[in-house]
Write a protein that binds this ligand. Structure first.
Ligand code: DX5
Ligand code: ZN
Length: 232
C-alpha cells in the first residue's frame, strides 16, 4: 500500500449526476458545487456498449451554462471517436473512453488532446491492466471501473481494490505521478477510505452523493472519510 501524506492528499471528489434527480438537475449540481465538488462526472451511455441509455451533449451544454466546474465525460459508447468534437463543443473539459470500445485507442487519445481537453481511459472489471500499459504515458487519467458499467447504485466489486493497488504501483514505478487514478462505481462513505488507501486520487460517487439527502451532508461525510484516511 502506498503511504499517503496529508500533503499528497489532494483527492478529487467528482459526483456522478446519473444518480441526480433530473427534474432538479440545475439545483442539485449547484448544491454539489457549493459543497466543494471538484468536477461533475457525466455518464454517457448508448444502449450498445452498455445495456442502458442515459444522456448526451444537450445535457453537457446545459451543465456548462449552470456551473463553473470541470465537466468529466465518461463515454460508455461504441466508436466514441465519432462524438469527441461534439462533446467538447458542448463544454466537456475531460473525456474518458473505454479501452474495450476503441479500435485505435492511441488515435482516439490523440484526437481528444487535439481538441484541447484532457484524456482518460476506462477499464471494465474483467479487462487486464496490461491493456493500457503502452498508452499510459499519453494519458491524463485512468478510470478503474469498480462495477460493470451501465447503472448507478450497484455494489462495489471487492477485487477492484487489488486492481487499484496494482495500477498505483505501475504508475509509481514508471514515475507517472501526474496521472489521475479515478475509481467509479459503488463508492460511498463506507468504503472510500479503502479506495483512497489503495491509491485512488479521484473518486466518482453517484448514489453515494445524491441518494441520501441533503447533498451538502453526504458530500461532507465523504470528504471527512477521505480526510480521515489521508491524515490517519
Ligand atoms: C456506471 C457509471 C458510474 C455510476 C456511479 O456505469 O459509470 O459513474 O454513475 O454510480 P454509483 O456511485 O451509484 O455506483
Ligand atoms: Zn462513470
Amino acid at each position: 500500500m502506498p503511504v499517503i501524506t496529508a500533503n499528497q492528499c489532494a483527492i478529487r471528489l467528482t459526483p456522478s449526476i446519473l444518480a441526480a434527480d433530473f427534474m432538479r438537475l440545475g439545483e442539485q449540481v449547484r448544491e454539489v458545487a457549493e459543497a466543494g465538488a471538484d468536477g461533475l462526472h457525466i455518464d454517457v451511455m448508448d444502449g450498445v456498449f452498455v445495456p442502458n441509455i442515459s444522456i448526451g451533449m444537450p445535457v453537457v451544454a446545459a451543465l456548462r451554462r449552470s456551473v463553473d466546474l470541470p465537466l468529466d465525460c465518461h463515454l460508455m459508447i461504441v466508436e466514441p471517436e465519432r462524438y469527441l468534437e461534439a462533446f467538447v463543443a458542448a463544454g466537456a473539459t475531460h473525456i474518458t473512453v473505454h479501452v474495450e470500445a476503441c479500435r485505435h485507442l492511441h488515435r482516439t487519445i490523440q484526437q481528444i488532446h487535439d481538441l484541447g481537453v484532457t484524456a482518460g481511459v476506462a477499464l471494465n472489471p474483467a479487462t487486464p491492466l496490461t491493456a493500457i500499459e503502452e498508452i499510459l504515458p499519453d494519458l491524463d487519467l485512468v478510470l478503474i471501473m469498480s462495477v460493470n458499467p451501465g447503472f448507478s447504485g450497484q455494489t462495489y466489486i471487492p477485487g477492484s481494490t487489488a486492481r487499484i493497488v496494482r495500477l498505483r504501483r505501475l504508475l509509481d514505478e514508471r514515475g507517472l505521478h501526474h496521472i489521475d487514478l479515478q475509481v467509479d462505481g459503488g463508492v460511498s462513505a463506507a468504503n472510500v477510505a479503502d479506495v483512497i488507501g489503495a491509491g485512488a486520487t479521484n473518486i466518482v460517487a453517484g448514489s453515494g452523493v445524491f441518494n441520501s439527502l441533503p447533498i451538502a451532508e453526504t458530500m461532507q461525510v465523504l470528504r471527512q472519510a477521505i480526510q480521515h484516511r489521508c491524515s490517519g
